[in-house]
Design a binder for this molecule. Structure first.
Ligand code: C2E
Ligand code: MG
Ligand code: MG
Ligand code: MG
Length: 287
């Protein structure tokens, strides 16, 4: 079966079987050595301004080049890293890599580019998170305005007061905050104003339906209006079509990220698009 569907499918099929036969403990063990074995890679996905097609920011997305299982996506190992506590050293490593990288690209381009880095719940609960971030900023010499930490609703929902206090301290370092996967969590709209968030990312599941369903675009419109009334700007995640990009732009969404513009890429490939304008990918078409 797998062979008739080509080598790629065979590899996925093989990988799935292999993953199932491996215990979680084995993966956890391998993960504990992944950093110093130099097996983790950070890829970067462009975030584009819908106003003029310019490059605005990147999101850092980790991958794991496992010695026998091949390239693993974060969905295959971040949960293990969280449960085992390994997310603390791994998260710090990713943050350092991403800060170093954006510092370099800001210097290279003289553009106010910023880097989004995903934070996990375990990191937010970590007592020395602030010290860790402060240390990494000092080490990499990055202007804190070049860093946006992404949090999710589920991370803050359990203990809103603690989270809000922690987030205010992070903001005190001059870093910005972005609310990721917005719309997939709980009573989203009701507590957004209690959190010191600068930026909101509309989840892909809403963006996906925008060109077919009127209701979804009304929800997106309401979210964008609410965000703007709180002085929060909006990124649409998972933008794959020209129609989506143009509708989002017409709804007042400032930024977009998705395969229409670029997939997550290695630093070497990003260097080639640092001065690219993406407007021709959507703006020429009227919807
Ligand atoms: P996320 O933070 O919501 O990241 C966006 C995900 O959507 C990425 O998947 C990205 O590759 C994917 N994506 C971007 N544009 C499109 C599109 O147009 N279509 C589709 N179908 N997908 C698109 P990825 O890299 O597999 O990451 C999955 C999740 O793993 C992330 O979701 C994030 O929650 C987590 N993650 C990734 N890197 C890190 C990390 O460094 N630290 C932590 N704690 N979590 C991470
Ligand atoms: Mg994210
Ligand atoms: Mg997201
Ligand atoms: Mg997501």
């Amino acid at each position: 079966y797998a062979k008739s569907h080509g080598a790629e499918n065979y590899a996925i099929f093989h990988q799935t079987m292999h993953l199932q036969s491996l215990t979680r403990m084995q993966l956890e063990h391998d993960l504990s050595r992944a950093v110093w074995q130099n097996e983790l890679r950070v890829c970067y996905q462009p975030i584009i301004s819908l106003a003029d097609g310019s490059l605005q920011a990147f999101e850092a997305l980790v991958r794991w080049q496992h010695p026998t299982l091949g390239l693993l996506s974060p969905d295959q190992f971040i949960a293990i890293a969280e449960d085992s506590g390994l997310i603390i050293p791994i998260g710090a490593w990713i943050l350092r890599e991403a800060c170093e990288q954006i510092h370099k690209w800001r210097n290279q381009t003289h553009l106010p580019l910023s880097m989004h880095v995903n934070l996990s719940a375990r990191q937010l609960d970590q007592l020395d998170l602030l010290d860790s971030i402060r240390g990494i900023l000092a080490e990499t010499q990055l202007d804190p305005r070049g860093l946006k930490l992404e949090i999710t609703e589920t991370m803050v929902f359990n203990n809103l007061e603690y989270a809000a206090a922690m987030l205010r301290q992070i903001k005190g370092l001059g870093i910005q905050l972005s609310m990721d996967d917005f719309g997939t969590g709980y009573a989203s709209l009701s507590y957004l104003h209690q959190l010191p968030v600068d930026n909101l990312k509309i989840d892909r599941s809403f963006v996906e339906t925008i060109d077919t369903s009127g209701t979804e675009s009304e929800i997106i419109q309401a979210v964008i209006q609410l965000a703007h009334s709180l002085n929060i700007d909006v990124v649409a995640e998972g933008v794959e079509t020209v129609e989506q990009a143009n509708r989002l732009k017409n709804l007042g969404c400032e930024y977009a990220q998705g395969y229409l513009f670029a997939k997550p890429m290695e630093p070497g490939q990003i260097e080639k698009v640092l001065h690219k304008n993406f407007a021709s990918l959507f703006d020429a078409v009227q919807v």
